[in-house]
Design a protein around this ligand. Structure first.
Ligand SMILES: [Zn+2]
Length: 266
């Protein structure tokens, strides 16, 4: 995937199994059998994106990591594949200049630190929203693996928290999209008149275009998350901008075809 002269490589750390109930108690699978196609569950990726500019190698979202919380055989999130995906792209962890976490849920920051709280990407600057530092790291509101919190506190000097839209490299801008978490951000890639949005979990699945009341179980502020989703869908209607979320089926980019009965097109 090429946006001007910036490369975007989607790859996955593993699998996120979502039941209809993940999208809210009222969500029904009827009419969405193609999505909930595996014994009534959707098998979605735990997505990551490697973004390469001329002088930067940026990882957007750091997967679930090597940690396995012991939810037994019905585990919903299984990661572990990120190192393999990087290697397939010819990138070693020490090549990564920046890691952007769209937010600090466990399936987006898992490879920031290993289980001994040492940095997995030894030269990388770590970026995420200031609201998520407050919510997940500095307070006990949000659940966070202890080795990740410990790593962030120990290596605080490598962390850049952002409070407003911030350009971090030529063609790469972080834009605040709170709701799913207080500091959630999306990444805008813009180059040569082309534009893409890496949506994190601001839109979990394109099905939310057809089903605007479907939330994400993880939404910290569901009403704000819904407003932000609608804003992003409008942005994806402009005929230029392409978007992909961290859990979009097969990490396929798409856009919204405007008109009566807007629909997702990928
Ligand atoms: Zn997620």
């Amino acid at each position: 995937m090429l946006i001007g002269d910036i490369e975007i490589h989607p790859f996955t750390d593993g699998i996120f199994r979502a039941s209809p109930a993940y999208f809210g108690e009222h969500a029904r699978p009827d009419g969405h059998e193609d999505l909930f196609s595996r014994h009534g569950m959707a098998w979605l990726p735990i997505g990551c994106f490697l973004v390469r500019t001329r002088d930067r190698t940026v990882l957007v979202d750091a997967g679930m990591g090597p940690d396995l919380d012991d939810a037994g055989p019905r585990r919903f999130l299984i990661g572990g594949q990120l190192p393999l995906g990087l290697r397939a792209l010819g990138v070693s962890p020490s090549d990564v200049t920046d890691v952007v976490c769209t937010h600090l849920h466990s399936d987006h920051c898992g490879w920031l630190f290993d289980l001994a709280a040492s940095p997995v990407f030894p030269h990388a600057t770590i970026w995420f929203g200031a609201g998520d530092w407050n919510h997940f790291v500095a307070s006990e509101h949000g659940a966070m693996a202890e080795h990740i919190r410990h790593g962030l506190l120990t290596y605080r000097s490598r962390v850049r928290t952002v409070e407003r839209d911030t350009t971090i490299a030529h063609g790469i801008t972080l834009t605040m999209t709170p709701g799913h978490t207080p500091g959630h951000l999306c990444v805008i890639i813009a180059s040569g008149g082309q534009r893409a949005l890496l949506l994190g979990d601001a839109i979990v699945c394109p099905v939310q275009l057809d089903e605007p009341t479907w939330q994400s179980m993880g939404d910290v502020d569901p009403a704000l998350a819904r407003q932000v989703r609608e804003r992003l869908f409008r942005e994806l209607e402009d005929g230029v901008t392409l978007g992909a979320g961290a859990h979009f089926p097969e990490l396929q980019f798409g856009r919204v075809l405007a008109g009566q009965g807007r629909r997702w097109f990928s």
